[in-house]
Design a protein around this ligand. Structure first.
Ligand code: PXG
Length: 291
């Protein structure tokens, strides 16, 4: 049976789930989104994802037509409807239907879309061998434009960065901020470990406050690493003992080469492996029950 998709309070088969061509999410990228996971019948870090969605919406002055509780119920209903225990959930809130002008006052009601589907895992080989990444020319947004802390429907910088990485034959890109400091990757946060200190760029350096990032910082402290959020340069990445990326889809994925420089001896490091395992264990043991 086709998956059932939630659109504005109703469920539709995948083939019939549609929005208007006048929706400003499509016409202008005017909207916000979330990517959440369910592990083994529980939604992982549910409140954190819902809160970030509402924060993103607040910053772009988008009124979500559901309370947070109703939004959570809609997510659970979508998961139940599709009989999912392990899932990737994509939530999209668009400005809704308006006219061809960009004025959001012409859009009386935001649209809410919830897609829950089976999760496509990255190939195991990527975790075993680690990723090669490059730094790309396209920079992350300046906070004074669209703040990178907003998970908005405007991902063109990140898509351009992804294209630049792909054209160079690698699957991920390190994006710098306007000052040339490391910000994050196209859909993942970045961490480096050097001498038992683990560093990730502070959100003020142009990173999304990743939910996986937050959990990994906590787990890193628990295994005795000193955790820092600070400025990170390409130099810091090249000379790191270990480097890895975090994100809802990828969880914790090691990086073994950056801009042609091997990270340490070019194989995934012990802390990266440990944090990947600890993260997975944490994800399996925590979360909001679906059923
Ligand atoms: N940075 C950016 C720019 C992101 O979009 C992350 C970091 C990681 O955050 P979380 O909260 O997931 O730990 C994201 C995550 C995907 C995908 O399919 C992921 C994201 C967006 C689009 C696609 O991997 N967001």
């Amino acid at each position: 049976m086709s998956i059932q998709i939630y659109v504005d309070g109703k469920f539709y088969n995948k083939e019939e789930a549609k929005i208007s061509v006048f929706d400003h999410g499509l016409l202008y990228g005017d909207g916000v989104f979330e990517g959440t996971r369910a592990y083994h019948g529980r939604v992982f870090q549910f409140d954190e994802h819902i809160n970030r969605l509402y924060d993103s919406a607040k910053v772009i002055a988008l009124e979500i037509p559901l309370t947070k509780e109703e939004m959570k119920e809609a997510h659970l209903a979508t998961l139940r409807r599709n009989n999912l225990k392990d899932a990737y959930i994509r939530t999209v809130v668009t400005r809704g239907v308006g006219d061809l002008g960009l004025d959001p006052r012409k859009c009386p009601k935001a649209s809410v879309i919830i897609i829950a589907d089976e999760i496509t895992l990255y190939p195991q080989e990527l975790y075993d061998k680690g990723l090669k990444v490059i730094t790309v020319p396209t920079r992350r947004n300046m906070p004074e434009t669209v703040n990178p802390m907003i998970k908005s429907l405007n991902y063109l910088n990140n898509i351009m960065a992804k294209i630049e990485a792909n054209l160079a034959g690698v699957s991920e890109a390190i994006m710098l901020n306007q000052e040339g400091y490391v910000a994050e990757c196209t859909g993942d946060n970045i961490f480096v470990i050097k001498d038992k200190t683990i560093v990730t760029p502070a959100a003020s350096f142009g990173a999304l406050k990743g939910i996986t990032r937050g959990v990994v910082m906590k787990l890193a402290a628990e295994i005795g690493l000193e955790v820092k959020e600070s400025a990170l340069t390409r130099y810091d990445v090249y000379v790191a003992d270990e480097c890895f990326l975090t994100g809802t889809a990828a969880e914790v994925i090691p990086v073994v080469e950056v801009d042609g420089r091997k990270i340490a001896d070019g194989v995934p490091g012990p802390y990266s492996k440990k944090l990947k395992e600890d993260f997975h264990k944490f994800a399996m043991e925590n979360g909001t029950p679906i059923y």
